[in-house]
Write a protein that binds this ligand. Structure first.
Ligand code: PEP
Length: 261
């Protein structure tokens, strides 16, 4: 029997500016200062990692500093890319891999994402591996198959020990930034299948311990219902993470609801 602490991340994407990022970090840190029973992280753009990290430290916040991406080589001729050691220098504790915008807008393939996931976990950092089906895949009845393929591929080089630092974010692509949310039942069905695949890959103990976040138009008004489902362990939040007045209540909606498996 394992107990999963809910976990909510705020993905700021390519938004904010220097002053706005620091102010958002301050409001999130202060809004969550007394929140218990939940973990939270923010993922600002690369240039604002240091000021946001500084603000979180100044406010004695437990909110983790995350990065939206990384390049899985230690150094060298990779113009425009950012290494894991550079992220660690900035105080980063966790890294997103495979967000749908990296997969489908930037065009990253599954082989690269598997290298990224493995490199992040090898470094000792935490990793949030994002997976999810596109609308046409859902309509063709391929939701579980797509999630399973992305999961098996993304975790192909990951060891059982490293899974202690891995979170899965299930984000149906058609629900990201669209205002359309999966119903709690549909999301639960996908999460249960994902947990089944994790059990097949790493055993039931690991599968029961891994947090699986839901992402896709989570807002203060729908967070509680989604987070109450047995296999939904918090969320990855985009648009609503840009306002502390929305993000803080979403994190609090996940607090105090650990799930036993
Ligand atoms: C995301 O970008 O991970 C996301 C879930 O975005 P939104 O909450 O805006 O749908």
């Amino acid at each position: 029997m394992s107990e999963r602490k809910p976990y909510v991340g705020g993905n700021w994407k390519m938004n904010t500016d220097l002053a706005g990022a620091s102010e958002l970090a301050r409001s999130v840190a202060d809004g969550l200062a007394t929140a218990e029973g939940v973990e939270a992280a923010v993922f600002p753009p690369f240039p604002y990692l240091i000021p946001v990290g500084g603000m979180l430290r100044d406010r004695h916040s437990n909110v983790k500093l995350g990065a939206q991406d990384l390049y899985p080589e230690p150094d060298g001729a990779f113009t425009g890319e950012v290494s894991i050691a550079m992220l660690q220098d900035c105080g980063v504790k966790t890294v997103l891999v495979g967000h749908s915008e990296r997969r489908h807008v930037i065009g990253e393939d599954e082989a690269l994402l598997a290298r990224k996931t493995s490199a992040v976990l090898e470094s000792g950092l935490e990793c949030v591996l994002c997976i999810g089906e596109k609308l046409e895949e859902r309509e063709a009845g391929q939701t579980n198959a797509v999630n399973e393929r992305q999961l098996r591929s993304g975790l192909g080089q990951v060891t059982v020990e490293q899974m202690a630092r891995l979170t899965v974010a299930y984000e149906p692509v058609w629900a990201i930034g669209t205002g359309k949310t999966a119903t709690p039942d549909d999301a639960q069905t996908a999460h249960a299948h994902i947990r089944g695949v994790l059990a097949d890959l790493f055993g039931d103990g690991v599968a029961q311990a891994v947090r699986i976040q839901y992402g896709g138009s989570v807002k203060p008004h729908n967070a509680h219902e989604l987070f109450s489902m047995p296999d939904i362990d918090g969320g990855l939040i985009g648009g609503a993470a840009l306002k502390a007045a929305d993000f803080v209540p979403i994190v609090k909606a996940a607090a105090g609801a650990p799930v036993s498996g």
